[in-house]
Ligand binder design. Structure first.
Ligand SMILES: Nc1ncnc2c1ncn2[C@@H]1O[C@H](COP(=O)(O)OP(=O)(O)OP(=O)(O)O)[C@@H](O)[C@H]1O
Ligand SMILES: [Mg+2]
Length: 252
């Protein structure tokens, strides 16, 4: 990417007892990761089997794949939102599968910005509060700066006039941009985004992508995006295909 990689390494993790040496230059490493979901009558659905995946620090990696190919399952595992059935997931030098749930939640809050496919905004809170709450929980941005930072990010994403709106009072595209502002709020080393432009028109998608890329360029942040969108695919410096990455989906 333009701008090089002279910036930052991932922040030191907060749980030193779980720290291991990361593979040089990788923000995320998966080895032998599987995820199975329980179905009725004791049957299991094997949704994911990734033998090896390495996401280099400061890369803009785009993953594409058909609906149902396991993209959200993959991001949820990397974010520690769900746990794998087997295998190892190292994020910024921390084996997240070894973290107990509260530690995993704290780790995610400070180290990972995740734009969920379904946004996952808190319905009782305004756009501004949704972004601020992410900062309150992570405690990375000083308290006195949180409101201004939330305003600034929402403004950059074109939502300066919607700060007090609750999610139900926002269009889908606006909700998506609040979710993006929330993911960027703590300036995390790793940003995961699940179809971040899916609800946006082409023009807005371009503007949102520009904000993502600016963050990535300035800070040597790592971006892992799942998308079908040609505009997003064009911005990646690495393109992965779930059909090759995920053995069950690819082999099905
Ligand atoms: N909680 C669950 N219980 C059972 N099956 C699940 C669960 N979550 C996902 N699956 C199944 O796992 C597979 C992968 O789902 P996933 O949501 O990761 O797909 P995706 O690639 O993100 O699809 P899309 O592009 O439609 O968002 C699907 O076949 C889905 O039905
Ligand atoms: Mg999905």
């Amino acid at each position: 990417m333009a701008g090089g990689t002279s910036g930052t390494a991932p922040r030191p993790p907060r749980d030193p007892e779980h720290t291991i040496t990361p593979a040089a230059g990788d923000a995320v490493t998966l080895r032998g990761v599987t995820k199975a979901f329980p179905l009725a009558e004791g049957r299991m659905l094997q949704a994911l089997a990734v033998e090896h995946l390495a996401v280099p620090v400061a890369s803009r990696t785009v993953v594409r794949g058909r609906s149902g190919s396991g993209k959200t399952t993959l991001l949820n595992l990397i974010a520690g939102v769900s746990t794998p059935t087997g295998g190892s997931i190292v994020v910024g030098g921390t084996e997240i599968t070894a973290l107990p749930e509260p530690a995993r939640d704290r780790f995610r809050a400070a180290q990972i910005g995740y734009v969920f496919q379904a946004f996952n905004l808190l319905p009782a809170f305004s756009a501004l509060e949704n972004v601020m709450l992410a900062m309150t929980f992570a405690r990375v941005v000083p308290r006195g700066r949180q409101r201004a930072r939330a305003r600034e990010l929402l403004g950059r994403l074109g939502l300066g006039a919607r700060l007090a709106h609750k999610p139900a009072q926002l269009s889908r595209g606006e909700q998506q941009r609040v979710a993006i502002a929330r993911a960027l709020a703590n300036d995390p080393p790793l940003i995961l985004a699940d179809e971040p432009c899916a609800s946006l028109d082409a023009e807005t998608a371009r503007e949102v992508l520009a904000v993502f890329l600016e963050v990535c360029r300035q800070e040597a942040r790592t971006l892992l995006i799942v998308s079908h969108d040609d505009a997003v695919l064009a911005e990646g410096d690495r393109l992965l295909d779930m059909a090759e990455l995920n053995a069950p989906a690819g082999g099905a």
